[in-house]
Design a protein around this ligand. Sequence first.
Ligand code: 6GU
Length: 224
Amino acid sequence: MRIDIITVLPELLKSPFEASILKRAIEKELVEVHFHNIRDYTTTKYKQVDDYQFGGGAGMVLMIEPIDKCISKLKEERDYDEVIYLTPDGQTLNQSISNEISLKENIILLCGHYKGVDQRVRDLLITKEISIGDYVLSGGELAAAVLADSVIRLLPGVLNDETSALTDTFQDNLLAPPVYTRPAEYKGHKVPEILLSGNFGKIEEWREAEALKRTEIRRPDLLK
Ligand code: 6GU
């Protein structure tokens, strides 16, 4: 998979890809992540990427021309399955959207900023609009990192047995059960006996029951 991220703030985005699972996925060549600064595609003297909105009102709007130039150049080099705009008024991200995107070959992520992008970018260039939840971020960069992380960890070979995505919260619409590690007792607080029993059938039953219990209490909406 190849992910091209278009932003006015590439430096805000790079560090999540330079550590741990994402870094290893890139090193293993399971994914390529490329950053593009919209400012490198301006034709104006002052490298302007945004402007006041027509009709008046506070807040700057990202202009179509540099974004169009950047996306057009990428599309000349290869075909893209999706051009995704990160925006608080997009479809709310969930595990099934991440699963779907993880099956694509090449995707572009466009990060919004300020008051957003000229509507014509959305009408002409974007195939999917995604939000990461009902709260407002300063820009789409952190949302792009969230989306990319949730997708990359699903690519075959990225996770090993120990970090398997199959037991993740949400993968089967259930929250994950509680987990424990050494010591078996800490300041009088004990690990559930069953986990020390070595009876893997019973342990699996316990985990399923705990996952269900946790989901019923915390997220009953997932069970509907
Ligand atoms: Cl994708 N962008 C911004 N600016 N805020 C958000 C968001 C995206 N998703 C949730 N809040």
